[in-house]
Design a protein around this ligand. Structure first.
Ligand SMILES: Nc1ncnc2c1ncn2[C@@H]1O[C@H](COP(=O)(O)OP(=O)(O)OP(=O)(O)O)[C@@H](O)[C@H]1O
Ligand SMILES: [Mg+2]
Length: 387
């Protein structure tokens, strides 16, 4: 079974370098490793100082790199769907829409990259796939896409969640909407079930682990806390925080104040993320590019730890519980606060919004008829009472 390790964090903190270093480390341990970049501003090529294409290229024994091109992946996966969506929009009076513009559905284009993850999870071409992502906001958009996409699809087309089949009789009431032919139906169903698979791969703690990369400064720390909260809300598993670019003691007088503030922030990070593993990397004298320097970075980062392991206890981010006959949904959101959290029930769906990030929960059968009647923050969890 493939393992997926995803590195995310604020812009410039070292996601690409850490992904590259991890790739080199795992390849040297004999695992067939792919580092895949989903950041449209690809910089794997800079880290490895060589050209990389849309298909995996081998750079050393066991190590492959891929920079996904959005245009290529749309071409590969989306043609038929775009045609149908265009027809659907036209029939609704939306004129002059180009198939290309359909791809501007939020996150649509970059999300095609996720289909590669599904492909690699299925064909076992690699033992481990390391995802080097774009800065936090973009990667959250990417990671929230599969679920949002399923949601849209289930509304545009009446698709059964279990069967992934479109319920055709239900299509009739949309008068004037062209009922697509079998080929198009087939491709819509296929796409839907592929995205559902992506959702499952990314939220399965045995397959996917997310690691937060940050620097020991306050802005990066704050962003890391928020990212952690949103990732948990989406049901992802995070096992560690990698603090990069720490100034060593021998960095001279000029950086004295920086070292002091770094050590303060370091302590705060350690307290805030006490239930995760904290890994540290010093600021190096030179930019860590090229196989040799990145390999050294990997050694400093993992020491005797195995990057393939989940480095902290797996705590389910979302639980559906029954306590004293009361049905409760428990969501782990350690750094969310009441003011920035909103909850409502929309036709049997539970909508949770923290800051600008929203998740629609498909309730399990036992709760589908219930409404949220009370919600409280309790030791890093949001407990929602359903009745
Ligand atoms: N430990 C380190 N010591 C010195 N320089 C570093 C270290 N880690 C990363 N860098 C350098 O910092 C810069 C940013 O690193 P990198 O590109 O890996 O960050 P990123 O988080 O992927 O950035 P982006 O958000 O742009 O994708 C690069 O020039 C990289 O070589
Ligand atoms: Mg990068």
């Amino acid at each position: 079974m493939v393992r997926v390790l995803l590195y995310t964090g604020k812009g410039g903190v070292g996601k690409t370098s850490v992904s590259a270093a991890t790739g080199i480390e795992l390849a040297s341990r004999g695992l067939k490793t792919l580092v895949i970049s989903t950041d449209p501003a690809h910089s794997l090529r800079d880290a490895f100082q060589r050209d990389i294409g849309n298909d995996p290229v081998q750079v050393s024994e066991n190590l492959y790199l891929q920079e996904v091109s959005v245009t290529e992946s749309i071409r590969k996966y989306w043609d038929t769907l775009k045609l149908y969506l265009t027809a659907l929009m036209r029939s609704q009076g939306v004129e002059g829409i180009a198939a290309e513009e359909i791809a501007t559905l939020p996150g649509f284009d970059e999300a095609t990259e996720l289909l590669y993850i599904r492909e690699y999870a299925r064909n076992n071409r690699f033992d481990v796939v390391i995802m080097d992502t774009a800065p936090t906001g973009e990667s959250l958009k990417l990671l929230s896409f599969p679920e949002a996409f399923s949601w849209y699809m289930e509304r545009i087309f009446p698709i059964g969640r279990k069967t992934a089949k479109i319920m055709r009789p239900l299509m009739k009431p949309f008068l004037g909407v062209p009922i697509p032919d079998d080929k198009v139906f087939g491709s819509i169903e296929e796409l839907y079930s592929q995205m559902r698979e992506v959702e499952e791969i990314l939220s399965d703690p045995k397959i996917t682990t997310i690691r937060l990369v940050c620097n020991p400064d306050r802005m990066s720390f704050n962003e890391t806390k928020r990212a952690f909260t949103y990732l948990l809300m989406y049901g992802y598993n995070v096992d560690s925080v990698i603090i990069n670019k720490i100034y060593d003691d021998d960095t001279g007088d000029f950086l004295k104040k920086w070292r002091e503030s770094q050590s303060e922030v370091l302590k705060e990070i350690e307290t805030a993320f006490a239930d995760l593993t904290i890994l540290k990397i010093p600021m190096s004298e030179k930019e860590p590019t090229g196989l040799k320097l990145l390999e050294q970075m990997g050694k400093k980062l993992y020491k005797n730890l195995d990057p393939m392991n989940t480095m902290s206890d797996i705590i389910p981010p979302i639980q559906f519980l029954v306590e004293d006959k009361q049905k409760i949904i428990k969501i782990r959101v350690p750094f969310a606060d009441k003011e920035n959290t909103e909850l409502h029930n929309r036709g049997g769906e539970l909508v949770v919004q923290i800051d600008n990030w929203r998740r629609v929960f498909f309730l399990p059968q036992s709760m589908s008829e219930l409404n949220p009647v009370n919600a409280e923050f309790n030791k890093g969890y949001l407990d929602i009472e359903m009745s």
